[in-house]
Write a protein that binds this ligand. Structure first.
Ligand code: HEM
Length: 224
């Protein structure tokens, strides 16, 4: 990312060395190039869906296709947000954490769309049926745990909330992201039923990301 941002920055600065925009980009390439790039990449799966819909690309069961597409991307982006800290640990690139909140909010956004599709299109606001589903189908119950965790994280993601509850409590609360990760992976494994590789790959990536944090925690505790 930093190579790309530096290259783009240099190109812009070479063209208009002293323009206010070029100066701003040079001062904070993450805000002016990195974050817009994250927006573009995270919105691409939604744009892809919008492209497939009118072109007949949603297959024989469009509701299922949309639900799965949104669920998959919710989980993928959640895993990317969990990869930010290990990336900082491994590369030492401290600025990486500036992307974490935005990526986490995109994960929440896709999960909300995933659930909205389930409630509105799949069940047409039939709350009785939805409630039955939540208590009878375990993978939906587990999904709800993930949704509630992500919702608390999204609500408290602002600077105002950090001030209101204090940095320490905020950090504690934001450990819920691990609950969301576990819930997302278990939800996927249970939903697919039987032995299937794909959900296990996601769970494996999650376990790997968690081990990186654990190793760092133990290193700091016992060797730093
Ligand atoms: C952190 C929260 C959640 C994540 C990350 C997530 C992610 C996923 C994933 C990855 C799949 C499998 C897609 C595939 O087969 O490729 C899935 C399926 C599904 N999810 Fe979620 N989900 C979450 C929460 C929920 C909630 C709260 C509900 C409902 C209230 C829900 C309803 C469903 C349903 C009905 C399916 C199965 C669709 C089908 O049978 O085709 N999910 N979800």
């Amino acid at each position: 990312m930093s190579v790309v941002t530096t290259a783009v920055t240099d190109a812009v600065v070479a063209g208009k060395k002293n323009s206010p925009l070029a100066q701003r980009i040079k001062r904070d390439p993450i805000a002016w190039i990195g974050k817009p790039l994250v927006w573009a990449v995270c919105l691409a799966p939604l744009a892809w869906l919008a492209w497939l819909a009118p072109t007949g690309g949603l297959g024989a069961n469009p509701i299922e296709f949309i639900n799965r597409h949104l669920g998959d991307w919710g989980l993928r982006i959640l895993l990317v947000s969990l990869a930010v800290t290990p990336l900082r640990i491994v590369t030492g690139w401290k600025q990486a954490v500036r992307f974490r909140r935005l990526i986490g909010l995109f994960a929440f956004f896709y999960v909300v769309l995933h659930v909205t599709n389930y409630v509105v299109v799949d069940h047409f606001f039939n709350w009785r049926e939805i409630f039955q589903d939540i208590i009878k189908r375990w993978y939906i119950t587990v999904g709800m745990v993930g949704l509630l965790s992500l919702t608390s994280l999204a609500i408290t993601s602002t600077k105002g909330w950090i001030k209101r509850i204090g940095g320490r409590n905020w950090n504690r609360l934001h450990k819920l992201v691990y609950v969301a990760g576990v819930a997302g992976c278990i939800h996927f494994i249970m939903m697919r039923k039987g032995f299937q590789i794909e959900p296990l790959v996601y769970a494996g990536i999650f376990a790997l990301l968690m081990s990186a944090r654990l190793i760092e925690f133990l290193r700091r505790r016992f060797f730093a």
